[in-house]
Write a new protein. Structure first.
Length: 497
C-alpha cells in the first residue's frame, strides 16, 4: 500500500527563493512511504517480460497441493464448493514463491527490478495455466537513485554526521539553514508531525529541505511523491534523532544538508487475466498490487493480496460466470498508484462503461490485524458520486461475509492510498478489505479483534522484515475466504437496476 497522506507539492516559489534558507520538517512517521496493484475490450497489449516464462524454480506449487479430491473436478460455482477449496495452504504457497523471488533478487520485488519481473513471470504462469486470457501491459515510470548524502552541523566532521536516510524521489541540493517550527517565516525550518496540513503549507511557503522524523528507532525507509521538486532534499531520521533536532528549532541553529540523487526511466508491467466466459459488456474487475517497496519482499504489502487473488483465480477457473471476470495485478503502486492509473487512463469511454465494479485487496493479512471494509463514497476522498450507492452495496456484501461468521468488521474512509482510487475517480463502484498498516492499534480495536493495543497493525510495514514471518495467519485464513466469496458473488450477480 502506498503511503499517500499529504503529498509534498511543487513549491510555488523559484528555486532561488527556497535556497536562501531551508525548512527542516520533522514529520512523525513509522517506516514511511509518502509517495505512496485483459484482454477483450481492455486497452492492453501483449509484451515480453524480461526473463520470459516464470524463472528460477517458479513452478506453481499450489498445483500439487493436497486439496480435497473434488477440488480437481467440481466447478466451484457455489460459495460452499469454492471456500472448501480455498485453503490457507494454497494461498501460502504463492506467498512462499514471492518470498523466494525476493530472496533471489536482492531482497526486493520493487517495480523496475528483476524481482518484480520475476513476480510478473510467476503470476503469468499461474494464471495462464489456469486457463485465463493473460495480457501484459507495459508502462514507463521514473526510478529514483541515491548516490550520496550528508546531514551535519556546519564544521562537523563527516565521520560525526547525523544518522539519516535519503527518501526515494528526494531531490538534490547542498544547503545550510536554521531549523524552526511550522508557521515561521518563509524559508525557515518547520517542525511538525507527519500528515498534518502544515506540511504542505510549509513547503508552499518556500521550504528548501525536509527532515522526516520516524515514530520509532527502527529501520528508516521511505519515499516521497514522484512530483517532489528535483532540488528539494528529503531525508529521514529516527525518533530520538528527530527529538534532538526539535531542540535545535528552539534556537534556530543551522544544519547542513547535502543530497545527490538522480532519476531515470524504467519499465514496469500490469498483468491482466480475463475469463473466457461471461458477458463482456458486464465486467467484474478484481485487483491487487504486485510490487513491493525497495526495502523488502513485501509479503503482507502486498503479497497477501496478490497470493489470495492468484489462488482465487485458480479455484474459480472452472466457473462459468454470468459476468466477464478480469483479474489485475498492478505495478508501481508503491511509487504512487502508477500502474492502475495508467490502466484507467488508457480506457476509452466505452471500455470504462463495461466495468461494473472494482474490488481491491491490499494488505489483508497484517499480524496485529483489524478487519476494515471500505467503499461507498464515490471518488476516493471526495463527496459521494453517482457510484456511491452501488459502492455501498459492495461494502454491505463484504460486511455480511464477516457478520455471518460472527467476526466484527468496521467501515473506514477509503482515502487514496491504494489502487481503488483511479477507478473511484472515474465513477466506477468499488470496495475493498484492509487489515492495517503503520497505524497504532487502539484499546477498542484490541477488544474487538484481539492483538496488542499500542502496537502498529503491521510493525514491518515498508521494512525489510515484511517476510513470511510477518503474515497474520488468522487474518489470511479469514480474508482469503472473504476475497473468494466476494469475487464469486460479483461474477455471478449484477447490481439491481
Amino acid at each position: 500500500m502506498a503511503h499517500i497522506t499529504s503529498p509534498l507539492p511543487h513549491s510555488p516559489l523559484p528555486a532561488a527563493a527556497r535556497s536562501v534558507r531551508w525548512s527542516c520538517l520533522l514529520l512523525a512517521a513509522a517506516a514511511l512511504q509518502l509517495s505512496g496493484c485483459g484482454g477483450g475490450d481492455s486497452p492492453t497489449q501483449s509484451a515480453s517480460v524480461p526473463g520470459g516464462a516464470a524463472s528460477a524454480d517458479a513452478q506453481d506449487p499450489a498445483a500439487t497441493l493436497a486439496l480435497p479430491a473434488q477440488c480437481a473436478t467440481q466447478p466451484n460455482d457455489t460459495p460452499e464448493q469454492l471456500l472448501e477449496c480455498m485453503t490457507p495452504v494454497g494461498v501460502r504457497a504463492h506467498l512462499q514463491q514471492l518470498m523466494a523471488i525476493a530472496q533471489a533478487n536482492k531482497g526486493t520485488r520493487m517495480a523496475g527490478t528483476a524481482g518484480y519481473d520475476a513476480s510478473i513471470a510467476y503470476a503469468r504462469k499461474v494464471l495462464s495455466e489456469a486457463g485465463y486470457r493473460v495480457t501484459v501491459q507495459p508502462f514507463e515510470f521514473p526510478v529514483s537513485r541515491i548516490h550520496r548524502s550528508s546531514l551535519r552541523e556546519p564544521g562537523q566532521l563527516a565521520a560525526d554526521a547525523i544518522p539519516h536516510q535519503v527518501a526515494h524521489y528526494s531531490g538534490s541540493a547542498d544547503i545550510t539553514a536554521p531549523v524552526s517550527r511550522p508557521g515561521a517565516d518563509q524559508g525557515s525550518s518547520a517542525i511538525f508531525p507527519r500528515g498534518k496540513p502544515a506540511k504542505s503549507s510549509a513547503l508552499q511557503a518556500g521550504a528548501a529541505g525536509v527532515v522526516i522524523q520516524s515514530l520509532d528507532e527502527g529501520e528508516l525507509t521511505g519515499s516521497v511523491p514522484i512530483s517532489t521538486p528535483l532540488d528539494l532534499p528529503v531525508v529521514l531520521v529516527t525518533h530520538s534523532v528527530g527529538e534532538q533536532l526539535v531542540q535545535r528549532a528552539l534556537t534556530s541553529l543551522p544544519l547542513h544538508l547535502q543530497t545527490e540523487t538522480s532519476r531515470s526511466m524504467a519499465t514496469a508491467y500490469n498483468l491482466l487475466a480475463e475469463s473466457i466466459g461471461g458477458d463482456p459488456n458486464h465486467v467484474t474487475m478484481v485487483g491487487a498490487h504486485l510490487d513491493s517497496v525497495r526495502a523488502g519482499a513485501g509479503i503482507n504489502d502486498n503479497g497477501s493480496g496478490t497470493a489470495t487473488l492468484l489462488e482465487t483465480a485458480r479455484q474459480m477457473a472452472r466457473v462459468q460466470p454470468l459476468n466477464r471476470l478480469r483479474f489485475a495485478l498492478w505495478g508501481a503502486e508503491e511509487q504512487g498508484l502508477l500502474g492502475s492509473t495508467h490502466y484507467v487512463d488508457q480506457l476509452d469511454a466505452d471500455q470504462r462503461s463495461k466495468i461494473d465494479l472494482y474490488l481491491n485487496f491490499d494488505m489483508i493479512a497484517s499480524p496485529n490485524h483489524v478487519f476494515y471494509v471500505y467503499g461507498g463514497e464515490g471518488a476516493a476522498g471526495a463527496p459521494p458520486s453517482a457510484s456511491s450507492q452501488r459502492s455501498a452495496q459492495i461494502v454491505k456484501t463484504l460486511e455480511d461475509f464477516y457478520a455471518q461468521r460472527q467476526i466484527p468488521s468496521k467501515r473506514m474512509a477509503s482515502g487514496g492510498r491504494s489502487d481503488h482510487k483511479p477507478f473511484a475517480d472515474i465513477g466506477i463502484p468499488y470496495g475493498g478489505l484492509f487489515t492495517g498498516a503503520e497505524e497504532i492499534k487502539s484499546r477498542e480495536e484490541a477488544r474487538l479483534w484481539g492483538g496488542t493495543a499500542g502496537v502498529a497493525f503491521d510493525r514491518c510495514y515498508h521494512r525489510s522484515c515484511d517476510t513470511l514471518a510477518n503474515i497474520g495467519a488468522r487474518a489470511l485464513d479469514i480474508n482469503a475466504d472473504a476475497v473468494a466469496h466476494s469475487v464469486l458473488f460479483y461474477a455471478m450477480h449484477r447490481f439491481a437496476g
